[in-house]
Design a protein around this ligand. Structure first.
Ligand code: MN
Length: 629
């Protein structure tokens, strides 16, 4: 059982999930309404934005929808004459993406960016125009989801696009949420594409976007993304699961009985709580049965108990459940004490319920439930944050951005990103008691590089739980690992100490290590040690860094600096580059001098028109910006 998965599936339980009184508007109905979108929706009285605005105002009653109208007007004109593969006008796609984001409860900025998200990529509307018309935040988000140009990146284009998106997400995480909503709509409408496109898009969704969605904790989106991946990659398996779910004996009577008994027990323990049925979604059933080698799909009835009280009430509720029904050994998990790395928190247990039938029980507070369903979106949906979230709030994103700096080419970075996103993790400890989080099956070399590059470069052996072990030994959860370096005359604690280890001369890793290390960090550090030995031609990623560094240097010579990328982004547009990265590459390849860029930047920042976001609808598109159909 994957503990992260807490799926509700409306097809599996058509009438069971009702909206109880007193809940925030729109909360429980989200899955239902997301699904209603697939079936197509009702009348909108001729206003193409009516549905988007109505959904948006449920969670954001004060929202200023003027920007949405302006964005629609521009997007509609820019996409004029373009059709989707389904034959529908192209504008239906950005509107549908904005609607998904509205249902999630994202803010107006995200919705405006969604309406415009394909304009820069697919029409003659430029990033510079977008910046002038809508300002920096929206330009950043749209640029983050815009693909890099195939002409300048060739085979690397796909990996570069993801790399660019992750970097942009480091500035504003709404980039990833808009991208996920974009992909969800593309997955919903994938049926009209060719079999090979279907397979390619579904595979890419499974490899990168579903794990990203999981890291952002947005279960409400992840369930449908996963089910649509299954539908397109394993249509026969999907059909089997669908048949199983539709034809298994209904659980409603049984779960009603469970719920009634549980309610009495909770009251006896003085726990206020709401109990809901919580059937799994198709992908979750498939993964735990068919994909795991079981001949038949199989699933247990499941409930979620949402307590209205402090975290400790969850344990009281657990006591009430285990006091009523015998727990199944080995099935209890405490993700409150040890949250998942996407910060998912809940108690999980399985008990032998009435009639000797097993039933799964999830226990969490209201706040945990909101976060489990909406993850990072909860901050926008429930208004706990007025500013854009950044990499700082997401340790994994910060880590991924660090690898981005170290990766020598985009494919390597993508590999690192992927292995970080999909694997399970363990905690190991140094003899000094420092706790380090590593992917499962990591080795002492991974730990050594996680502690410090110099320790990695000079490690020779390891003591695992006090016993000497080869560097390739897989580590287990809770192992105490003492990394021995060539400088083992140093006391161990000193070798672990970062300041001391700075002085250790790097004697170098072994190429063999690449065959067993698990962490991208160790792999990249080993790779970098060897590529530092030989002079390799600069990769595209290095050129981007080189270009950025050259501009930074030229700015410093003029005693200037840049607080953000926005002026550079604008300049890239003004100079006719497709995006910022293309400009940086041009600098690295000496097609344009960093000095010249800096001249223009200074002119732009100091003397350029300070362009405010227009407050009223204006004819913002001049005739040259019209796309040629
Ligand atoms: Mn799109």
């Amino acid at each position: 059982m994957d503990p992260v998965d807490v799926g509700t599936d409306q097809r599996a339980a058509p009438a069971r999930e009702r909206v109880p009184a007193g809940r925030e508007p729109g909360e429980a109905g989200l899955t239902h309404r997301l699904r209603a979108l697939i079936r197509g929706n009702g009348s909108n009285g001729g206003d193409p934005l009516a549905d988007v605005i109505r959904e948006h105002r449920i969670m954001h009653p004060q929202a200023d929808v003027e920007a949405l109208r302006r964005a629609y007007q521009i997007a509609d004109r820019a996409h004029q004459g373009q059709l989707r593969k389904s034959g529908e006008p192209y504008i239906t796609h950005p509107v549908a993406v904005a609607r998904i984001l509205a249902m999630l409860g994202m803010d107006t900025t995200a919705l405006v960016a969604a309406l415009l998200h394909d304009t820069v990529e697919d029409t003659s509307y430029t990033l510079e125009a977008l910046y002038q018309d809508f300002g920096a935040d929206i330009a950043t988000v749209v640029d983050g989801v815009t693909k890099v140009e195939k002409v300048s990146y060739g085979d690397d284009a796909e990996a570069e696009t993801i790399r660019k998106m992750i970097i942009a997400a480091g500035r504003d995480v709404r980039v990833l949420v808009v991208k996920l909503a974009d992909r969800l709509h593309n997955m919903r409408t994938l049926g009209v594409r060719s079999p090979s496109s279907r397979a390619r898009v579904a595979k890419a969704t499974q490899d990168v976007l579903v794990p990203l969605c999981d890291r952002l904790g947005i279960q409400a989106l992840k369930r449908e993304l996963e089910d649509s991946v299954l539908l397109h990659l394993e249509p026969e398996a999907y059909a089997r699961i669908e048949h199983y779910v539709q034809h298994r004996p209904q659980w409603s009577d049984y779960l009603e009985n469970v719920t009634n008994i549980a309610k009495v027990a909770l009251r006896r323990h003085k726990v206020e709580a709401e109990i809901r049925p919580r059937p799994r979604h198709y992908y979750s059933i498939w993964r735990d049965t068919i994909a795991n080698g079981h001949p038949e799909p199989y699933d247990l009835p499941r409930i979620v108990i949402i307590v209205d009280g402090p975290d400790t009430d969850c344990y009281a509720a657990l006591g009430a459940m285990h006091g009523s029904w015998r727990p199944v050994p080995g099935r209890f998990k405490d993700f409150i004490a040890s949250p998942k790395n996407n910060l998912y928190r809940s108690l999980h247990t399985t008990v032998i319920g009435p009639d000797d039938r097993s039933v799964e029980v999830l226990i969490r507070t209201k706040l945990m439930h909101r976060n489990a369903e909406f993850g990072i979106v909860a901050a926008y949906r429930f208004g706990r944050s007025n500013h854009a979230l950044s990499a700082e709030q997401l340790p994994w994103l910060r880590r991924v951005l660090e690898w981005e700096r170290d990766a020598t080419d985009p494919a390597e970075f993508l590999q690192a990103l992927h292995s970080d996103l999909v694997g399970s993790q363990i905690h190991v400890f140094t003899p000094a008691g420092r706790k380090v989080l590593l992917p499962a099956d990591s080795t002492p070399v991974d730990l050594a590089y996680a502690l410090d590059t110099h320790i990695g470069d000079s490690c020779v052996a390891a003591l695992i739980n006090g016993r000497l072990a080869p560097l390739s030994s897989p580590l287990g959860d809770g192992d105490v690992v003492d990394v021995l370096t060539r400088h083992d005359e140093l006391p161990d604690d000193a070798a672990m100490d970062e300041e001391t280890s700075e002085e250790l001369p790097a004697v170098g890793p072994s190429r063999d290590w690449l065959t067993f290390v698990k962490t991208p960090h160790a792999r990249l550090q080993i790779g970098r040690w060897f590529s530092d030995q030989s002079d390799q031609p600069a990769s595209q990623a290095n050129k981007v860094r080189l270009g950025r560094a050259a501009i930074g240097l030229a700015l410093r010579r003029r005693d200037r600096g840049l607080a953000s990328d926005i002026p550079l982004l604008r300049l890239a547009g003004q100079l006719g580059y497709a995006d910022l990265e293309t400009l940086l590459v041009a600098v690295a390849e000496h097609h344009i001098a960093a000095e010249q860029i800096v001249e223009e930047l200074i002119a732009l920042v100091d003397h350029g028109p300070n362009v405010p976001v227009p407050a009223r609808v204006q004819p913002l598109i001049d005739s040259e910006r019209h796309p040629t159909p």
